[in-house]
Design a protein around this ligand. Structure first.
Ligand code: FO1
Length: 325
C-alpha cells in the first residue's frame, strides 16, 4: 500500500512516526508532502522549519522538549550574532542546526532544487519514509496585521509566530508565490500512485493550507484515485498542540473538529475530504458527504499514533465519495 501524508512540522512529524511504524508492520510505503510556507532566509541561510522538524524527528535528532531544532544543541553562533546586534535576534539558530542550513543553502545556490537537497540531507538522517517539499518554488506564508497608525502591513509568518506569538490584530494569511508555484518533483506522481492520502493533524491554516495553495498539488488530490482522509488537529475545543486556535480565529472558523472539516470541505461538494477522523470526545461531529469516525487521537506515544494511522487507513478503505452533479 502507498500512503501519502500531507504534513506540517512538529505535529505532522509525530504523526509520521506513527505512519512509519504502521508501514513497517504492514509493508506499506509512506511519502510525506511537507509544508514550506514557514521557510525563511535569515543571516544568508535558508531555513526550512517543517522539513527539518520531520527529518530530525524521524531521524532521531530532534529536541523532544522544545519540539523544533536539534537535541543536544548549543548556541554559540546565536550569542555571537546577538553581540553584533544582528537582527533578527528573536529567532534562534542552534550551532548543530546551522550545519543543516549551510548544506541546504550551498546546494540551493549551486542550483539543486529543494526536493533534491532534502533527499541529500535525508541520506544522513534516514527518516524511513520519502520526504518531499510541497514545491521547489518560493512559497512563503506572510501575515497581514494592523499597524499602530491604523494601516495594514504584511510580516513573515516566523515574525508573527515566534516574535509576536500570534498576538497581533491579524487580518489574513497570504501564501506568497503559491499561485505560480508548481508541485515539487515527485509530488504529482506520488499522489497519483497513492492508495490513500492522509492529512496529518497539523495546523490547517498555516501548515496544510499552504500545501493546498499550490494549484498542482490540489489538482492532483482532487483528480487522483486515492481517497483523502483527514485527521482532526482539534480535540474538544483546543488544538492538540501549537496555535491553530489563533489561526482559525483569523479565518472566523470555529476551533472544533467540525470547523476544520468544513475548511477542508467534502469532496462531494468540491472540497477534499472523503473521510474525517476525530477524537472520541468529538464523535458527534458531522459533515455532509464525509464519512466521520472516532478514535483516540492523542499522539502520546508511537503505539497510540500507529493506531491512529491504522484507523485513518481503515476509514479510507470505505472508498471515495462521488462528486455531486
Ligand atoms: N521557534 C521558536 O519559538 N523560537 C525560535 O527561535 C525558533 C527558531 C527555529 C530555528 C529553526 C527551525 O527549524 C525552527 C525554529 N523555530 C523556532 C520553530 C518554528 O518557528 C515554528 O515552530 C514552525 O515554523 C511552525 O511549524
Amino acid at each position: 500500500m502507498r500512503i501519502v501524508v500531507l504534513s506540517g512540522g512538529i505535529g505532522g512529524a509525530k504523526f509520521l512516526v506513527g505512519a512509519r511504524a504502521y508501514a513497517r508492520r504492514t509493508g506499506a510505503e509512506v511519502t510525506a508532502v511537507v509544508n514550506v510556507g514557514d521557510d525563511v532566509m535569515l543571516h544568508g541561510l535558508r531555513i526550512s522549519p517543517d522539513l527539518d522538524s520531520v527529518m530530525y524527528t524521524l531521524g532521531g535528532g530532534a529536541d523532544p522538549e522544545r519540539g523544533w531544532g536539534r537535541v543536544g544543541e548549543t548556541w554559540t553562533v546565536k550569542e555571537e550574532l546577538a553581540a553584533y546586534q544582528a537582527e533578527p535576534t528573536w529567532f534562534g539558530l542552534g550551532d548543530r542546526d546551522i550545519a543543516t542550513h549551510l548544506v541546504r543553502t550551498t546546494m540551493l545556490n549551486a542550483g539543486y532544487p529543494l526536493s533534491a537537497v532534502t533527499e541529500a540531507l535525508c541520506v544522513r538522517w534516514q527518516p524511513g519514509i520519502r520526504m518531499l517539499p510541497a514545491t521547489d518554488d518560493r512559497l512563503e506564508t506572510h501575515v497581514v496585521v494592523s499597524d499602530p497608525d491604523g494601516g495594514e502591513r504584511a510580516i513573515h509568518f516566523q515574525e508573527w509566530w515566534v516574535r509576536h506569538r500570534g498576538a497581533l490584530p491579524t487580518h489574513r494569511f497570504v501564501f506568497v508565490g503559491a499561485a505560480e508555484a508548481t508541485p515539487a518533483a515527485g509530488v504529482p506522481e506520488a499522489v497519483a500512485a497513492a492508495d490513500v492520502v492522509l492529512i496529518a493533524p497539523s495546523n490547517p491554516v498555516v501548515s496544510i493550507a499552504p500545501i493546498l495553495a499550490v494549484p498542482g498539488v490540489r489538482a492532483a488530490l482532487v483528480d487522483g484515485p486515492a481517497p483523502v482522509v483527514g485527521v482532526s488537529p482539534i480535540i474538544g475545543d483546543a488544538p492538540v498542540r501549537g496555535m491553530a486556535d489563533r489561526c482559525l480565529a483569523v479565518l472566523g472558523t470555529p476551533c472544533t473538529a467540525g470547523g476544520v472539516a468544513g475548511l477542508y470541505g467534502a469532496r462531494r461538494d468540491g472540497g477534499l475530504l472523503d473521510g474525517w477522523l476525530v477524537d472520541d470526545v468529538d464523535a458527534d461531529t458531522r459533515l455532509d458527504g464525509v464519512e466521520v469516525r472516532a478514535a483516540p487521537l492523542w499522539m502520546s506515544d508511537e503505539v497510540a499514533t500507529e493506531a491512529m494511522v491504522a484507523a485513518a487507513v481503515e476509514l479510507a478503505a470505505a472508498g471515495r465519495t462521488e462528486v455531486a452533479g
